[in-house]
Design a protein around this ligand. Structure first.
Ligand code: ADP
Ligand code: MG
Length: 247
């Protein structure tokens, strides 16, 4: 990663409450073009809320979030463009259950990017090939394994030509034998230079692909380091305690 690369995602002084719960506290975070940022932290620390805020699935109370230099649009075509620019893969496989795999991938491009069916199909098949599920294109999501569905979800996000990809615990709902096929697709994406924000506790992925690890606790960024340093020599008590429980 180029340390002089331009900022692609910038959070400044971000605060968010759910009622009395202060879920994001003064978050300042810059992710540069081509950077792979891994976010770790205990359950309830605000990692998902952080991801959802970047995609404007959640509003924030204070501060600013910019993607590619632009403040997040509140609605309309700008918001649709943002959702295309910021691809998101969730823990649960949220494919459209009543659409084929191919239609899941082509729907967005045809609607938002106004691609022709032929162009959208060709690109979708190429993306499905890239993540190793091209032969599943005509099936319905329920006919696929969890690992295959998650790879389709990655292809679907990539079809929108995102500037950054957010992954929120993409392997935590998978049977163990399927974790690596999804992580491998993510590592390949990282190597191709995709800017990525990845919430995961998969240390192997962090070691292979991450430029930086951010540790969150109670809505705050408590620690920030390169993956080797973070996993072998965390400095805060919170991080040490957390790592002693997951490793
Ligand atoms: P993480 O992803 O790190 O587990 P989350 O961002 O999902 O954490 O949640 C942070 C905190 O905010 C948790 O205490 C959670 O219960 C709470 N929370 C998340 N979403 C909502 C919501 N829509 N309404 C109220 N509380 C929420
Ligand atoms: Mg979460």
């Amino acid at each position: 990663m180029d340390i002089d690369a331009p900022a692609l995602v910038e959070l400044t002084g971000v605060n968010k409450h759910f009622g009395d719960l202060h879920v994001l506290r003064d978050i300042n975070l810059t992710v540069r073009k081509g950077e792979v940022l891994v976010v770790v932290g205990p359950s309830g620390s605000g990692k998902s809320t952080l991801c959802r805020a970047i995609n404007r699935l959640e509003t924030i109370d204070e501060g600013a979030i910019r993607v590619d230099g632009k403040p997040l649009p509140a609605e309309g075509r700008g918001l649709a463009r943002l959702r295309a620019d910021v691809g998101m893969v969730f823990q649960s496989f949220n494919l459209f259950a009543h659409k084929t795999v191919l239609d899941n991938v082509t729907l967005g491009p045809r609607k938002v990017r106004r691609s022709s069916r032929k162009a959208a199909d060709d690109e979708a098949l190429a993306l499905l090939r890239r993540v190793g599920v091209e032969d599943q294109a005509r099936k319905m999501p329920a006919q696929l394994s969890g690992g295959q569905q998650q790879r389709v979800a990655i292809a679907r996000a990539l079809a929108m030509h995102p500037k950054v990809m957010l992954f929120d615990e993409p392997t935590s709902a998978l049977d163990p034998e399927m974790v690596n096929e999804v992580l491998d697709a993510m590592v390949a994406l990282a190597k191709e230079g995709m800017t990525m924000i990845v919430v995961t506790h998969e240390m192997g992925f962090a070691r292979k692909a991450a430029d930086r690890v951010v540790f969150m606790a109670d809505g705050q960024i408590v620690e920030e380091a390169d993956p080797d340093t973070f996993f072998t020599a965390p400095t805060s008590e919170r991080a040490k305690d957390f790592l002693s429980k997951i490793l």
